[in-house]
Design a binder for this molecule. Structure first.
Ligand SMILES: [Ca+2]
Ligand SMILES: [Ca+2]
Length: 321
């Protein structure tokens, strides 16, 4: 614990979270000077403080990514220890609790890559393989229809070939229009024809796709951080031997595949070339989940997607739940 506190990044977190302490003083003064219901004011104060506590976590993640080496990304870097730093920083707060995780979104399958016509064939196959690997209870026909409907949801036209476009969505009891643009968050897939909540969140008998899908990473998967199931979903050529050798070779500091066994990556086929093109060693999109918790029970969870462009991280999506 002590070495973490002394660490530069740990101190950054402590400093950022110190803002919360200042905010506490401000809010206390505010609430005691009012004549209206004090308890209401305290509840309001705690909710706001929990919110700022979570927000401070997002700021800390931004600082961490700004200081990170952008030439490669792997969990043995300092950002991979975000939850530990958060725990240390939280121990400096008397009463309030802060916790959080920082994860690489390029570890997952980018649903928006289904909208890229150049690789549609491989992406649809990957989407379907992911459902198969997770043993999701869906028939082949239903899965074909769902994959086509996701493509239609994202593609800019309103021409239905095999999937569903605005005509279908406008005919629903609660009508809405087809997005015809990339998804902003993975949960958006729940709006697509044929997608059931259990496919996303899972059931007692199978895991849903929630932890394996993302949006707008650019489509490439980071070979350093990718979940095994995501790597496996790319192709039938990604056998146990290939996956194990990738895990053994980590972390990759350069984009070379000499270390990978069990697949001939020199083979000049469309599938092998697509696999190579779809792998990377760095990421531009990260997700921070931050939770602020006050002793009174007030709790705020924040999820933010952070995008790092030209070595500068910024928030591109922010939700409080
Ligand atoms: Ca890095
Ligand atoms: Ca469309």
């Amino acid at each position: 614990m002590i070495h973490l506190v002394r660490d530069r990044k740990g101190l950054v977190l402590v400093l950022v979270l110190g803002v919360v302490a200042l905010f506490t003083v401000m809010i206390v003064n505010f609430s005691t000077e009012q004549s209206f219901d004090i308890e209401l004011a305290y509840n309001f104060r705690d909710a706001i403080q929990a919110q700022y506590l979570a927000r401070a976590g997002v700021e800390a993640a931004l600082v961490m990514l700004d200081q990170d080496d952008p030439t490669y990304d792997s969990e043995d870097e300092e950002w991979g220890g975000f939850s530990e730093y958060a725990a240390v920083a939280s121990s400096f707060l008397e009463g309030p609790v802060f916790s959080g995780t920082l994860s690489d979104e390029s570890a997952k399958f980018d649903l928006n890559s289904l909208g890229n016509p150049e690789e549609e064939e491989f992406r649809i196959a990957q989407f379907k393989r992911l459902f198969f690997l997770l043993e999701i209870d869906i028939t082949e026909v239903e899965l074909d229809d769902l994959a086509n409907a996701v493509v239609d949801w994202i593609d800019p036209d309103d021409d239905t070939v095999f999937g569903a476009e605005t005509d279908y969505y406008e005919s629903l009891d609660v009508p809405y229009v087809c997005k015809n643009r990339p998804m902003d968050a993975p949960e958006e897939i729940l709006l697509v024809k044929g997608m059931k909540p259990e496919y996303f969140y899972g059931t007692e008998s199978y895991e849903g796709i929630q932890e394996y899908v993302t949006v707008s990473t650019g489509g490439k998967v980071n070979i350093n951080t990718a979940k095994e199931t995501v790597l496996r979903s790319m192709s039938d050529l990604m056998t146990d031997e290939v996956i194990q050798s990738i895990l053994d070779c980590r972390p990759f500091r350069e984009l070379d595949f000499f270390c990978i066994q069990g697949i001939d990556l020199e083979e000049d086929t469309a599938e092998v070339n697509w696999i190579k093109q779809s792998l990377d060693i760095k990421s531009r999109r990260f997700c921070v989940e931050a939770k602020g918790f006050m002793p009174s029970g007030a709790q705020v969870n924040v999820r933010a997607y952070l995008e790092r462009i030209h070595n500068k991280a910024r928030i591109v999506y922010y939700t409080i739940h």
